[in-house]
Design a protein around this ligand. Structure first.
Ligand code: AMP
Length: 430
């Protein structure tokens, strides 16, 4: 299905063709006709599926179709997003779509000065993309008004709830007196999400893009079993040997990101950081360097990298397995976008085997394992056996369950292993 057959204004069609869009993606095929008829939408779709255009294009077309009210300074469409990066990216996409129209868009999010945003808002903005916290600050300052809101989008709504934005959303909604056409996009659904959807949406039409559409066809998943303390070394080796040119590496902690940056530098690999301690401007610079190929690796945490769109990104590495299996899907959603090939690599230590099982059951297939010569994990089988049986020792204080760990002098790892076994034992007694 092509964009030219969708009856969009010529200004929009021209802009889309400059973006390189020819055919609608599955979520666009399903959501655009319904949204253009004015229905509320409840969509189950991940980042990488083309969901931004799925909600933005019907809004843009309807804004062009309807004549503007007298008050030029009120926001007509609001898109709420969980993170700064995602908000900036959505605004950039919308900017691309509206470039031949008289409409305007602005992104407001924390980490940059309020004053520069106030100036933009004063000039009047048709489409506002915002993170909830910063929007509330602007509502308090009265630099923005939602009195005449016609369209409302919750993007990555699951992540907004995970980040505790529910009360911010309620505060924002208390300032909306109109009944805007509302669209909610989420990768996962929970009872809390269903409650939010029930409160916000009016007889919504449901749109769903299955996970197979998102990943299976275009992304090759691979697991490398490896001991935690050898992951640094293996990453450098794989990047070098396989000549990976652009690699987004996910870690669970900022500290790991900082450590890994130093290690890669020692191996002569230029990397940049994208995590919550970095100022907004530093993150943007890092992303630009990575996109332009000045840095070969970007090391990111989940929240900071949420929704990042890096065209044609070939490799994503889970240096740490994510805490939540759903985050695996979000992370690898950065590669294999818009039908291109992607490569999702996970480094899995013995402690992360359980998470891997959860990921495999979520995505519905087992992931190919590759043992990298020289990095085979020690005593993996013994550990797996122990995890699935009662502890074989009585005096936990004086024994570790894995003598080879003790001989390596890694007290921390032994303690972690003891915890796993202890939890297992407690569970077994219940
Ligand atoms: P999104 O899920 O909105 O983050 O979009 C993922 C990527 O797909 C972005 O780089 C979009 O620019 C791109 N994209 C969205 N729709 C299309 C389309 N119909 N054809 C080609 N690329 C698209």
């Amino acid at each position: 299905m092509s964009f030219s057959s969708q009856n969009f204004s010529p200004e929009i069609v021209k802009a889309l063709s400059e973006c390189g869009y020819e055919k609608l993606t599955p979520v666009q095929q399903k959501a655009i006709p319904l949204a253009r008829k004015g229905h509320d939408i409840l969509a189950n779709a991940q980042t990488g599926t083309g969901k931004t255009a799925a909600f933005a294009l019907p809004i843009i077309q309807q804004l062009l179709d309807k004549t503007k009210d007298n008050n030029h300074f009120q926001t007509r469409a609001l898109v709420l997003a969980p993170t700064r990066e995602l908000a900036a990216q959505i605004a950039q996409s919308i900017e691309d779509y509206i470039k031949y129209t008289s409409l305007s868009v602005a992104a407001i999010y924390g980490g940059v000065k309020m004053s520069s945003q106030v100036q933009k808002l004063k000039n009047g903005v048709d489409i506002l993309v915002a993170t909830p916290g910063r929007l509330i600050e602007h509502l308090d300052e009265k630099s923005v008004s939602l009195q005449n809101l016609e369209f409302l989008v919750f993007d990555e709504a699951d992540r907004m709830l995970d980040m505790g934005f529910i009360s911010s959303i309620e505060t924002i909604m208390s300032g909306v007196s109109t009944k805007p056409q509302t669209m909610l996009f989420s990768a996962t659904f929970s009872p809390q999400m269903n409650k939010l959807a029930a409160e916000m949406l009016n007889q919504p039409k449901r749109v769903s893009v299955t996970q197979e559409n998102v990943t299976a066809d275009t992304v090759a998943h691979v697991v490398y079993p490896v001991d935690q303390e050898r992951k640094n070394e293996m990453l450098s080796e794989l990047i070098g040997r396989k000549n990976w040119k652009q690699v987004l590496v996910f870690v669970n902690y900022k500290e790991t990101a900082n450590m890994l940056l130093k290690e890669l530098k020692l191996d002569g690999i230029k990397a940049v950081l994208c995590h919550g301690d970095k100022a907004q401007s530093a993150r943007r610079r890092a992303l630009d360097e990575f996109k332009e190929g000045k840095a070969r690796v970007m090391i990111a945490t989940d929240v900071a990298a949420r929704g990042l769109d890096i065209k044609g990104l070939p490799h994503v590495v889970n240096f740490d397995m994510p805490f939540l299996a759903e985050d695996y899907v979000h992370r690898i959603g950065r590669t294999g976008r818009a039908g291109q090939k992607g490569h999702a690599v996970s480094f899995v230590s013995r402690e992360e085997e359980l998470t891997l099982q959860q990921v495999e059951s979520l995505i519905g297939h087992t992931i190919r394992r590759v043992e990298q010569a020289g990095y085979e994990p020690k005593n993996r089988d013994a550990l797996l056996q122990k995890m699935h049986s009662k502890p074989a020792f009585k005096n936990r204080k004086t024994r570790t369950n894995n003598p080879s760990d003790a001989s390596q002098g890694s007290a921390e790892r032994s303690a972690r292993l003891r915890n796993i076994v202890r939890n297992k034992a407690t569970g077994a007694k219940k």
